[in-house]
Design a protein around this ligand. Structure first.
Ligand SMILES: Nc1nc2c(ncn2[C@@H]2O[C@H](COP(=O)(O)OP(=O)(O)OP(=O)(O)O)[C@@H](O)[C@H]2O)c(=O)[nH]1
Ligand SMILES: [Mg+2]
Length: 210
């Protein structure tokens, strides 16, 4: 699968506005400002595909990007935990995120993006639990690794691995940097595997599965 011909498809503010629930999708979740949009841009070799920002809370809608394999999409989810927006607005985003995660049948994997310097915060743990509970394959990108010296990054990875050793849905834990293009091939390979498997299996419980 070539990731370099990804295209912006649509922004949805609620589940109703999402593209048809078919094909195979992988969504990127994480705290606000963690680096989700930057990770998508690095993986798709297009620095302008997903809007990034120094200001947390940039991605307020669920953004869909199509890949060159028909039916395969990457999804940029709104960041969690941006304190500076009004509470009711935050609750609104949270609800759309919950709706998306709980209803989307074509979702075949979740990428949790966390800052390697501040891993496993409350939201991250919540997402990991959700994946475990829903049997959703999980990939963790420990991003902004360029902000640490290589020894420190290695230590941080060991700590994360140790903390998550009993999490059975965790399929990939990748040291990542959008800036230094670290971990890109590993992430692409894993995404491709999930997306292809998703196309083959169809939604859970669909006739194609039996
Ligand atoms: N040094 C470094 N900075 C990064 C990296 N990835 C993202 N950033 C920076 O972190 C900030 C946030 O990045 P985004 O990709 O917009 O984060 P996001 O998770 O999409 O944020 P929201 O849309 O607000 O939820 C930007 O200033 C990026 O340039 C990285 O790998 N290394
Ligand atoms: Mg974003």
């Amino acid at each position: 699968m070539a990731f370099n011909s990804a295209r912006f498809l649509v922004s949805a503010s609620k589940v109703k506005e999402c593209p048809p629930d078919e094909g195979s999708e992988v969504a990127f979740a994480g705290r606000s400002n963690a680096g989700k949009s930057s990770a998508i841009n690095a993986i798709t070799v297009n620095s302008k595909l997903a809007r990034t920002s120094k200001t947390p809370g940039r991605t307020r809608l669920i953004n869909f990007f199509s890949l060159n394999r028909p039916g395969c999409r990457l999804v940029d989810l709104p960041g969690y935990g941006y304190a500076k927006v009004a509470k009711d607005m935050q609750e609104d985003w949270q609800k759309h995120l919950d709706d998306y995660l709980s209803r989307r049948e074509c979702l075949h994997g979740l990428v949790l993006v966390m800052d390697i310097r501040h891993p496993l915060q409350d939201f991250d743990r919540m997402m990991i639990e959700w994946c475990e509970h829903s049997q959703m394959p999980l990939m963790i990108l420990a991003t902004k690794a360029d902000k640490l010296k290589s020894g420190q990054a290695k230590q941080a990875m060991t700590k994360i691995r140790q903390a998550l050793k009993d999490v059975s849905c965790l399929e990939h834990l990748i040291q990542f940097s959008a800036l230094k293009k670290q971990g890109l091939e590993q992430a692409r390979d894993a995404l491709e595997g999930w997306l292809e498997a998703g196309l083959e299996s169809g939604p859970p419980g669909s006739p194609m599965q039996s």
